[in-house]
Design a protein around this ligand. Structure first.
Ligand code: TYM
Length: 331
């Protein structure tokens, strides 16, 4: 037992991770790992809400685990595990379903977006997705959930569900706080700086993947959509440029002002190429280490098995409490 506060977060293995996932989530996780007791999950049960080829899901799940470790998450300091290995997630999710309203889930913007994109497969899992996410978080008595901006609404719902349950019975769940960076919580598409960088984008020039080659990264940045102002500013009137500066700043730790000063009087091509270089150098060791790790199946298996065992132990403490409070007879 430690006195450290608890973190929970996760990423879907729905494809290779993007620079958005890295800056909005993973990078923060790495910097928080010393101060917190952390659970980082690969949420394969969330990933099947959209149709997936089994072999791709298997491959992506291990790749995401390799990405976690290669980005600097130490498996000795953090609990790294696969969601479907800890049945308590599905079990608590069912219980929480009965404390979540249809109207609340209907208002989730991600559900609305995803059902538009997958109109031939608007399944109940897609609708119920945020409840499984609440179960993920609440099982671990989580204090803090580091995520990107797009998860804010889901987190608010998790808080509402926790409070509702606590009020109906007695304090059972910790009510979690979001941890969303002021800068970089929403990395935008390189092709359409008004929408989020996403691996489900039809245009692959819109996103950078953690396993993109240096050439590909350079090419994508050179093609990045900007504007016709011709001056480098950090403003919502120049979203493409703003996005490049945000990426640059997050990866170098240089402040936005320092970057603006450095590029004052320079052209967009300079900023695009230099940002590409920064990204290439940051991602190179992560890509190389991930490639090495995915080949070491024995090691990955050890990490996810140990992780599941630790996670299951903590999760069961909460689940048993919940079952007791609602009136289920203990086994
Ligand atoms: P997912 O897999 O879509 O994304 C994983 C994390 O990456 C962040 N992110 C971004 N941040 C900045 N800019 C972007 N363009 C960008 N794209 C993605 C997301 O905000 C997220 O933090 N439902 C979650 C996974 C999940 C979860 C959880 C998260 C399941 N259970 C419990 C936290 C706690 C999701 O689909 O993330």
């Amino acid at each position: 037992m430690t006195d450290k506060k608890i973190i929970f977060s996760g990423i879907q293995p729905s494809g290779s991770l993007t620079l958005g996932n890295y800056i909005g989530a993973l990078k923060n996780w790495v910097s928080l790992q010393e101060q917190y007791e952390s659970y980082y999950c690969i949420v394969d049960m969330h990933a099947i809400t959209v149709d997936k080829e089994p072999k791709d899901l298997r491959k992506n799940t291990l790749e995401v685990l390799a990405n976690y470790i290669a980005s600097g998450l130490d498996p000795e300091k953090n609990t790294l595990f696969i969601q479907s290995h800890v049945p308590a997630h599905a079990e608590l999710s069912w219980v929480l379903n009965c404390y979540t309203y249809f109207g609340e889930l209907s208002r989730m913007t991600q559900f609305k977006d995803k059902s538009q994109k997958n109109s031939s497969n608007i399944n109940a899992g897609l609708f119920d997705y945020p409840v499984l996410m609440a179960a993920d978080i609440l099982l671990y008595q989580t204090d803090l959930v580091p995520v990107g901006e797009d998860q804010r609404q889901h987190l608010e719902l998790s808080r509402d569900i926790a409070q509702r349950f606590n009020n109906r019975y007695s304090p059972t769940f910790k009510v979690p706080e979001p941890y969303i960076s002021k800068v970089g919580a929403k990395i935008m598409s390189l092709q359409d700086p008004e929408s989020k960088m996403s691996k489900s984008d039809d245009n692959e020039n819109g996103y950078i993947l953690l396993n993109d080659s240096p050439d590909k990264i350079m090419r994508k940045f050179k093609r990045a959509v900007t504007d016709s102002v011709g001056e480098i500013n950090y403003t919502d009137n120049q979203l493409g440029i703003k996005n490049l500066i945000t990426i640059y700043s997050k990866l170098t730790e240089e402040s936005v002002d320092e970057i603006l000063e450095k590029y004052s009087g320079k052209g967009y091509a300079d900023l695009k190429e230099d940002t590409a270089e920064v990204v290439i150098e940051k991602l190179r060791p992560i890509r190389e280490e991930s490639e090495r790790l995915v080949k070491d199946k024995t090691y990955l298996e050890k990490v996810y098995k140990d992780g599941a065992e630790k996670a299951q132990y903590s999760a069961m403490k909460t689940l048993r409490k919940v079952h007791k409070k609602i009136g289920f007879i203990p086994k």
